[in-house]
Design a protein around this ligand. Structure first.
Ligand SMILES: [Mn+2]
Length: 454
């Protein structure tokens, strides 16, 4: 198992500080937090704990201890292991800075917790990158980097960033994914970047797992769901930003941070910490990764993402970025868009449009996004025929309309419908209707009835 990051708090009295600290630390990038009440005369218990768990403890933060206790404990801990990062809240930093055992001191009456955590964060992130490098370096062969099925710019750019770390350490690596490339925008991203990622089928997975010495998961953590790997696969390294309550069982290194918007943010930080240069192409690709995963910087975006964006912006190439940001559209998508524009019907702020027979299901959201840009339009439904079904995509910027609920209420009795507040989808089998004309009428009526019901 990998060495855990533990923060151990030694505290003494002042309950309010402790509660606040616990709250703040829970949002942090630490895997485990232990809190200890310091009691006078019981120092030995604490030190025994440190001795026993020495290999697991990375950080000790001392809160609300007096200076004498602090100096004594930090020196004793330092004797046990000088690798433990010790940090303390103190009344006066001047006296404490002389002390060698403490690596960081923060004056108590300053913006205490923020400063304390900034120091802890910096330490954790730097250390994380070093640990990642070690896990890469110790490879006795090749590394297989897996990304999820139908990979998006975030997964692709992050995997390429991981490859850069392998290259820097002269370790051979290959990027693999299953399924298809899916969304046309992702296919175009791949074409335009020219990144080398290999599409594989299930039959070749076991061969790859045998041949490669280390297995890396990028932008996903659970084998067997939305990726080509078998459920029982144990990865060596995992880097992801999706929330999970399951243990992914990484053997050497794992970083699962759902407090950031994209894996690209995590990879940018690692490249930065390890002083690996980022090419204009990769910087542009990582920027697009953050942009798409945060829905144009509106969803789950954090300070860490903004920091990565500002770092990458100075390295990216404007022309490449323009191409990657606004990927060109397929001729078939343009054709369907034209049909939808001609067929659009507007009632109040609601636009509905039939886009004919479609080649790709993924055309619909792109057409819906485009139609939502028409002046005075707040809600859009676009639908088209693929094989024996009507597929639909809906969008809304009307604050009173939850378009996911609209789709669910309008269609779940004859097909499927659902989604989020602003974006949703659905499908209904064609044989629910008499003919195409009947289908068009009923699909639109059901949608409008639901939207106007509010
Ligand atoms: Mn992602």
């Amino acid at each position: 198992m990998i060495k855990e990051v533990n923060i151990m708090y030694v505290f003494y009295g002042e309950k309010e500080v402790i509660d606040k600290t616990k709250e703040a630390v829970e949002k942090r990038a630490v895997d485990e937090i232990r809190c200890f009440t310091y009691q006078k005369g019981k120092e030995k218990n604490l030190l025994d704990f440190v001795k026993k768990n020495e290999h697991k403890i990375e950080i000790i933060a001392y809160l609300t201890l007096n200076e004498k206790e602090l100096i004594y404990l930090s020196e004793e801990v330092n004797n046990i292991s000088s690798d433990i990062y010790q940090i303390a809240l103190v009344n006066d930093t001047k006296d404490m800075e002389k002390d060698h055992a403490l690596k960081g001191v923060v004056k108590k009456d300053q913006e205490i917790l923020n400063t304390l955590f900034k120091k802890i964060d910096t330490h954790i992130l730097k250390n994380k990158s070093e640990k990642l490098k070690k896990a890469v370096c110790s490879t006795q062969g090749n590394i297989a980097i897996f990304i999820h099925d139908n990979p998006d710019p975030d997964a692709i750019a992050s995997a390429v960033a991981f490859e850069e770390i392998c290259d820097a350490e002269k370790i051979e690596s290959t990027i693999f994914f299953g399924g298809s490339i899916g969304h046309p925008a992702n296919e175009i991203f791949l074409e335009n970047t020219g990144f080398d990622v290999k599409n594989i089928d299930e039959d070749s997975v076991s061969k790859i797992v045998d041949e490669y010495q280390k297995i890396v998961f990028i932008d996903f953590a659970q084998p067997g769901s939305n990726n080509i790997l078998p459920k029982n696969m144990e990865p060596d390294i995992v880097i992801d930003h999706h929330y999970t309550n399951k243990e992914c069982g990484a053997k050497e290194f794992q970083e699962i941070r759902n407090d950031v918007g994209a894996t690209s943010t995590l990879m940018t930080k690692h490249l930065q910490n390890l002083e690996i240069s980022i090419s204009p192409l990769l910087a542009s690709a990582l920027l697009v990764g953050i942009k798409t995963d945060t829905h144009d910087y509106t969803k789950n975006i954090s300070t860490a993402d903004y920091k990565a964006i500002s770092y990458l912006s100075s390295l990216a190439d404007k022309d490449i970025l323009d191409i990657l940001k606004e990927p060109s559209l397929y001729p078939e998508t343009m054709k369907s868009m034209g049909i939808a524009i001609n067929n659009r019907k507007i009632e109040d702020t609601v636009l509905t449009a039939f886009s004919g027979e479609l080649d790709h299901r993924d055309d619909l959201p792109q057409i819906a996004d485009f139609l939502l840009r028409e002046r005075d339009i707040l809600t859009v439904l676009v639908y088209g025929i693929i094989d024996d079904k009507i597929h639909m995509s809906a969008r809304s910027k009307d604050l009173l309309t939850h378009v996911g609920k609209v789709m669910k209420n309008a269609y779940s009795d004859i097909g499927e419908g659902g989604g989020h507040t602003h974006a949703a989808g659905g499908r209904v089998p064609l044989d629910e209707f008499k003919d195409k004309k009947d289908a068009i009428e009923k699909i639109e009526k059901r949608f409008k009835d639901e939207v106007f019901k509010k």
